[in-house]
Design a protein around this ligand. Structure first.
Ligand SMILES: [Zn+2]
Length: 388
């Protein structure tokens, strides 16, 4: 049986350091909650719960900056409160008299922000706020690479829209979306209108210890009728050429094989090792890219229904799964116009994000929050609804 989240109310009391969030559900369900920092957030997961059609998250107030809903796998509805600063949290179920529903009341701050409604005493249950071990897990890091920049404008649309500007806006929106997700963190390889070589972009991703690299572009072609998105990963040929280059520069390859140096290996062994790493990396890139492509397909037009492979230099990290997203054709007048709007930019960013998140959910890097959420069941809290 599943519950429905029908209403959400947020109130802040006269004490600026306290607030109360009430979740109105059709029936009681199992909930889990935990806190995260950087930024400070409280995450409430409701099992077997769906959001009522048209239900919107309330605006932030008092110590609560924003409230967001998110749909998680296996029917879990997530509510994320972003806070101005960390504060104590308590959660209690209450069952209002004469009403079939149930309420989950989240109190933030030291003071309880409101008394229980008349005739509906809130019966406190012992609920533990979960901090560890989740906080000790590292975030997955995504290197978000806005194509071109500085003296390199990239492609230019008929109306003069420059690729470097729209892809920077999309990349920033993508980074913001990633940073608002618990367990994920973004690094922009070029945070502003600056020029970096392709190798510098790869290097910046390596320094940030990125788990994934995504380069954001807008395509161009002579025929103005061509439109739609495409996603690329490195081709085998591109990988082979790159292997030759790494082998030629043995010293640079020293940090490549997870600390296994190539300098003391003979040529055959070194190339076998590098080859293994590269094939695994192309497969991982392909899986991640397929997720992004199908998410893009849901929000608009896709030019080619399959992930493409090419020898683009920016995809050549031998050990960081990498993809290049051509978000649209800037040479197509309709797509050029759309690319300039913030609403379309965030639509594209959200689609790329959801592809990346589902990749990490299925392929969590060890030591990350995605990995522990998969492995351990966070102690969950059940309690009987208080009966009047
Ligand atoms: Zn480009």
């Amino acid at each position: 049986m599943s519950a429905e989240l029908r209403d959400v109310r947020l109130s802040s009391s006269t004490d600026p350091g306290a607030a109360q969030l009430t979740l109105y559900l059709s029936s009681q369900t199992v909930h889990q909650f935990f806190s995260l920092d950087h930024p400070d957030r409280v995450v409430i997961d409701l099992k077997n719960t769906r959001q009522a059609p048209g239900l919107r998250a309330p605006e932030g107030t008092g110590p609560v900056e924003t409230v967001r809903f998110g749909v998680r796998p296996k029917g879990v509805l997530r509510v994320v409160l972003q806070l101005k600063s960390a504060m104590p949290v308590r959660a209690n179920w209450s069952a209002p008299a004469g009403n079939a529903g149930a309420q989950l009341v989240i109190d933030l701050g030291n003071q309880i922000a409101g008394e229980a409604r008349e005739g509906a005493p809130s019966v406190p249950k012992s609920v533990r706020a979960m901090h560890a071990p989740i906080d000790s897990d590292r975030d997955v890091v995504v290197a978000v690479d806005a194509g071109h920049g500085g003296q390199d404008p990239g492609a230019t649309g008929r109306k003069g829209t420059r690729e470097k500007d729209v892809v920077l806006a999309i990349a920033r929106a993508l980074a913001d979306r990633i940073n608002s997700e618990p367990g994920m963190r973004a690094v922009l390889t070029r945070p502003n209108d600056q020029f970096f070589t392709l190798r510098e972009r790869i290097q910046r991703a390596r320094v940030a210890k990125a788990d994934l690299f995504v380069s954001v572009h807008a395509d161009s072609i002579r025929n103005p009728d061509v439109s739609g998105a495409s996603v690329y990963v490195l081709s085998e040929r591109g990988a082979t050429d790159e292997a030759a280059r790494w082998l030629a520069e043995r010293e640079n390859a020293a940090d490549l094989m997870g600390g296994v140096s190539l300098t003391d290996k003979d040529n055959t062994l070194a190339s076998v090792l590098l080859d293994l790493s590269q094939s695994a990396n192309i497969s991982a890139s392909m899986v991640a890219a397929e997720g992004v492509l199908s998410a893009l397909d849901r929000v608009g037009e896709v030019r080619k229904p399959r992930v493409q492979q090419a020898g683009f230099v920016v995809l050549k990290s031998p050990d960081i799964p990498s993809m290049l997203v051509e978000t649209a054709y800037i040479s197509n007048p309709a797509e050029e116009a759309r690319l300039k709007t913030t609403s379309h930019q965030s639509k594209l960013a959200n689609a790329i994000f959801s592809g990346l998140r589902s990749y990490f959910e299925r392929n969590p890097p060890p030591g990350t929050r995605f990995a522990s959420l998969r492995r351990t069941t966070v102690a969950s809290v059940t309690s009987d609804p208080a009966r009047p």
